[in-house]
Write a protein that binds this ligand. Structure first.
Ligand SMILES: C[S@@+](CC[C@H](N)C(=O)[O-])C[C@H]1O[C@@H](n2cnc3c(N)ncnc32)[C@H](O)[C@@H]1O
Length: 323
C-alpha cells in the first residue's frame, strides 16, 4: 500500500516550502534574536487565580504537569478529575497566543488508583470541548522504574502536546539529534538525501527515551515529582522562541524557571504550595553555578516574587525591563 503521507496535503505543502528554502507561515514575523534580559515571576497561588490575571492570547508555551490523581500526596487526589480540570483547561486555551502550545504531562497507567480520571480524560475533553489540536502524544520512555508482578512493569508516561491553532509554532531544527559520524558518512553518499538535512540531524520522534530523576540526582531540589531538565529543555526549545513567555501553573520544583532563564524566555510560574519559593532559590543557584553546560551568551534576568505587575506579558513592562 502506498505511504498515505505522500498524499497528505500538509506534507506536500511543507516539502514544497522546504525545497524553496521557505518556512511555515506560523514562524512569520517571529524574531528569533535573544532578548537583552528576561523576567521571571514566581507566585504562590492557585492555578485558576493565576490564570485569571493573564491577558488573552499572551502566552507562547504552557508546561502543564498537573496532579496525576494517583493519591501520592494531598494535592494528588480529585474525586471528579474532569470537573476539577475543566476550568483551568478552558483558561489555558484563552491565554495561549495563536501560535501557542500546551504540553500536558500525565499517565494512562493509573486507572486503578485514578478511577475518576487521568490524562486520557483530559485528552478526550480537549478534543471535544476545545478548539485546540492534538499535535503529538509524546511517549516518555524511561529505563528506570518500579518492578511489577501482576502486570508488565510500567516504563512510560505521556506528554500530550496541543497547539492552540493550526499556526502553532514548532522549531524542529532546535531539537534535532545529530547523526553519529558513521551514519552521517553513509547518508552523505546517498544522492537522494540532502546534505544540509543530514548536517542538521534527525527528528527526535515522538518517543523520548530519557531517565527519570533518581532520588539522589544532582538536579533534585526536594520536590517529589520533579521532571528532568532535559525534557523541559526540549519542549521549550521546540515549542517556544526566545523572548516569548512560558507559563507553568503547577510549577512544583520550578524547573521551568531554570530552563526559561537558560533559554532566554520570560516565564510565569505558580504553585499552591509555598515551598515553591525555596525550590526556586535552589534552581537559581543552579543557574548561577552554570550547572547546565552553556551557551554562548548568558542572558541577564530579573525575578518577581509574588508580583506579576511588572511582567512583560502586560506589554508596558517590556519598556521598563529593556531600559
Ligand atoms: C506533578 S507536580 C508538578 C511538578 C513539576 N512539574 C516539577 O517538575 O517539579 C503538581 C504540582 O501541582 C501543585 N498543585 C496542586 N493543586 C494545585 C492548584 N490547585 N493550584 C496550583 N498548584 C497546584 C502541587 O503543589 C504540585 O507541586
Amino acid at each position: 500500500m502506498a505511504n498515505r503521507s505522500h498524499n497528505n496535503t500538509g506534507h506536500i505543502g511543507m516539502n514544497a516550502l522546504k525545497k524553496r528554502g521557505l518556512n511555515h507561515s506560523s514562524t512569520e514575523g517571529i524574531d528569533h534574536a535573544p532578548p537583552d534580559r528576561t523576567v521571571h515571576a514566581i507566585l504562590v497561588m492557585d492555578c485558576c487565580d493565576l490564570l485569571a490575571q493573564l491577558p488573552d492570547n499572551s502566552v507562547q508555551l504552557i508546561l502543564c504537569d498537573p496532579p496525576y490523581n494517583t493519591k501520592m500526596a494531598t494535592w494528588d487526589e480529585h474525586p471528579d478529575y474532569l470537573a476539577w480540570s475543566t476550568p483551568w483547561l478552558k483558561e489555558a486555551e484563552r491565554v495561549l497566543a495563536p501560535t501557542g502550545n500546551i504540553a500536558i504531562f500525565g499517565g494512562l497507567q493509573y486507572q486503578s488508583e485514578a478511577g475518576s480520571g487521568d490524562l486520557l480524560t483530559i485528552i478526550s475533553h480537549l478534543r471535544t470541548k476545545s478548539q485546540m489540536l492534538l499535535v503529538n502524544l509524546i511517549i516518555w520512555n524511561y529505563p528506570n522504574g518500579m518492578s511489577a508482578h501482576r502486570f508488565f512493569a510500567n516504563r512510560h508516561e505521556e506528554i500530550a502536546w496541543f497547539g492552540k491553532t493550526k499556526k502553532y509554532y514548532f522549531n524542529l531544527d532546535a531539537v534535532r539529534e545529530p547523526y553519529d559520524e558513521e551514519t552521517k558518512k553513509a547518508y552523505l553518499k546517498d544522492r537522494r538525501l540532502r546534505p544540509e538535512s543530514i548536517e542538521k540531524g534527525r527528528n527526535p520522534t515522538n518517543v523520548w527515551r530519557m531517565s527519570r530523576l533518581n532520588g539522589n540526582s544532582k538536579e533534585r531540589v526536594g520536590h517529589p515529582t520533579q521532571k528532568p531538565h532535559l525534557i523541559v529543555q526540549r519542549l521549550v526549545r521546540a515549542l517556544s522562541y526566545p523572548g516569548s513567555t512560558l507559563l507553568d501553573f503547577f510549577a512544583g520544583s520550578c524547573i521551568t524557571t531554570r530552563v526559561a532563564i537558560e533559554e532566554g524566555r520570560h516565564s510565569i510560574v505558580g504553585d499552591i504550595d509555598p515551598s515553591i519559593q525555596e525550590y526556586a532559590e535552589k534552581q537559581l543557584e543552579k543557574v548561577e553555578n552554570r550547572d547546565t553546560p552553556l551557551f554562548d551568551k548568558f542572558i541577564e534576568y530579573d525575578i518577581l516574587r509574588n508580583d506579576l505587575s511588572h511582567h512583560p506579558i502586560f506589554g508596558e513592562a517590556e519598556i521598563l525591563v529593556s531600559q
